[in-house]
Every structure is written in C-alpha cells, then in structure tokens.
Design a protein around this ligand. Sequence first.
Ligand SMILES: [Zn+2]
Length: 481
Amino acid sequence: MKKLYITALFSILGFNAYTQENLNCIPQPLNENQQLDYNIKANAYHASGKTIDINEVRYLPLKIHIVSKDDKTGGLVKKDINEFVSKVCKYYRYIGVQFFISEYNLIHNSTFFDLKNPSSDESLMAEGNDSHQAINIYFVNSIKDDENQCEGTFGYAYLPFDNIKSTRIVLKNCAVVGDMTAIHEFGHFFGLKHTYNDEVNNLGDRFIENKDNCDIVTDGLCSTDTDPGANFTTPNWDRRTCTFTEEIRDRNGAIYTPPVRNMMSNYTGCQQEFVPEQIEKMKEGLAVRGMHNSYDFSASSTNVLEPSELSATKNIYNSNIITWKDNADNETGYIIERALIDSNEFIAIGGTTPNETTFIDNDVNSDRVYKYRLRPSNSSQPGPAFFLQDNTILNTEKINSSYVLSPVPTDEILNINGNNIGDKLNITISDINGKVLISTQKSMLNEGINVDLSSFTNGPYFITIENLKTGKIEELKALKK
Ligand SMILES: [Zn+2]
C-alpha cells in the first residue's frame, strides 16, 4: 500500500508542483446565530464532564453519492471508495470515529459531474439525494472551473451547524486516492478551521498571531501558528521536502515555525498530522453535531455474512498476504484492519472491491508481528482477529531461499528462478491441506522454470523443491490470484 500511495502522491505533486495550489477549500464561517448555537452546545458538552472516549468507537454512516455524466460514465469505482473509507478511518480513530457506507447513490448529471457553480448547483444536486441520517459525501469530477481533473479545488466541507447542508462533503474523484484532501475536509466537518489566514499573504504578516490573540485569530487554536497559506512564492520554502530552507524569524526575533505538516494547512502534499488541540476541538465538534436536530447519524449498518478461511502469510518479499473466503453477496468490499500482535488498536490499512478475496500488505515492518481483521465497508461489525502464520519460519526462508518465485501474487504461470542452472529438481506443489496437485521433475534453466497454475483456485500454495544434485530441500509459498 505504501508504494502505491507514494506513487499516487508524487504524480499529483508532479502535476501541480510550484504552479498551482490545489486545496482551495474555504469553509463558510458560521454566521452569528450559528456561532451562538455552536457555543451553547459546546459549553453543554464541556459542562457535562462526559468527554469523548476514543476507546468507545462510534461508527458513523456515510451516504456515498457517485456523480457521473448524463451518459452514466465517469463515476468513481467502488475500490477507490473503499480506499477512501479506509483512509478516513485511519485518521479519525484519533477522535474515536470509524465510518461505514450506509448507502450508495448514483447521480447521472453532467452539470453536477463538473460542478462549476457550487454555490447554486450544490443544493440542486443534493435535493432528493441527501440523507438526514448520514454524512453525505458527493464525489464529482471537478469543482468550480477546474476542467482539468487534478488541479484546482479538490474538495470542500462545512463547519458544524444545525442544517442538513452542513452534512455535505464534496470531493473531487481525483482527491480520493493518495491525497489528504478527504482527511482535511473531515477536519472542517468536525469543526476545524485552516491554520492559514486569508489575510496573510506573505511572511511579513507572520506576526499576526501571538499569545494574546491566538484563541481568536485564524483557527482559534494556540498550538498552531498562523501560516502564510497558499503563497508559494514564499522564499526559503522547499515544497518537495516540506521544509523551510532557512531559519525564519518574526519581527520580535522569535523563530517562526508555521505548521506546514498540519492537516489543516494549505501546504498540499505536506499535510500529515493533527496537533492534540485540534483533536480535542474535533471531539467537541463531534459532540455538537450529536446535539443537532436537523439530522442525525442513525442510518443502519448492513448485516453481512462473515468471511471464513481467514489467513495471513508472509511471502518471500516480506509482504503479508491476506486471503479469505467471501461468504456474502451484499458486501460493498472490505476494509482491512491491522494491529500489532499484543495490541487491540486496529488501524484501517486499505480497502478492496466487492468479492475480492486477497489483500497484499506491503507496508510491513519485519521486526513486528501483526494480526488482521476484516470489516465489510457497509457494516459496523468487524470480524474476528486472525494472525500471521509461520512468521519466523518464513522470515528465515526469505533470507536462505535459493529460489525466487514470480510474479507475486501469481496469476497463471508461476516462474521459479534460481542460480543452480542445470541442476535437476523435484518440484511438488500442494494446497493448504497438504494435497499434492503437481509433482514434476525439471532442470533449472537460465530463464527459470515455469509451472502452469491456471487451473488452481485462488489462495496460498506450498512449493517444495528438492535439488537432486545437492539433496537440499526447500519449501516456499506462492499465492494464486
Ligand atoms: Zn480547507
């Protein structure tokens, strides 16, 4: 997953680097009445003494609106949506929130597909489509005048106020994979403002926030310095490394450290974290939303038959291969969750398409032992945890094996390659129950040995290779997909 993510991120940066800011979302400030109402509810939350405990996970429903053209083309695919759900679950566990898909809704309308005038067309798009029991996510091709899909505004959202409108988050299809816009927009949804200030356009304005006014200016939080925002003509700023190349001081001589890696900054491609004060602010926003009357989050989760034959094994490239048998016909795909073996903090690491029965976890640390579980993306019920098998044995095998199996996973033809050219080998392939499916004798060639697995069902297989010259027997695992 990590590799994929980085590639996607880089392609977005490569496209935009130094030319255009692409996270141009500015949430409407609350009006006076809305702010008053927010303050009353926030005060009630704090006065109750019942702060949000992140160990009591709340599953919030998402109604996913996929907007496509009049001819029904161009809409987002479900795998990408599950990647999106996985990503928001990963970050919002910090406030004890996970998400599930309560409903899919398809909107075929070219005007909304390229949402040129959100201020007028958003409500038309949402009419008859909004759910009053879920967060409404609208995926469109472009927002405002950004015909070019991966430029310009990537999404926008609303601060908490007591109206169905504030449950909408509009995202560009382009922002779904390998980009932090969705996380940023949910930040607004839970009440966070930007760490940059529209009135701050250059480094000369960096003293706008100080200890006496930090609870009022910009985002109203004191642990995030006002940053200079979208001004990428800023000197000393290296967008590739997300750092200032020189020390910058404000006019009082203090070192100026804008939170360029903050999720609510405007430093696209650098956003990766929330500070603790933001986490607390979002818990407050969540509590305030719980007190609103014009909507709630009561949409129900789907009952999905649990998958069986759950298995996690390591391949010779040190990836963990997760496989399962899909027993359901109503799941919208699975969210894969992972925890360290001695922890119960499961973190979403990816999503699959419906009916998929394999997930490859490439982002593993070989010093750690993991456990996994699956949750249908339309359900709030995670399945049982299951463990990585044979961790030690396979680690050793990776170091000592004389052979390389490719591709991983294997599609039709499995190639076994080794440097013992000319040696005669006894090759046995058996399934996970030990049943021998292929037993053959072949000589190692320069290009390796090909074995046809096309008639095999998907899943892990054991390959035993006996070198008849040296007598050495080795066992490897292959995954058929
Ligand atoms: Zn924003």
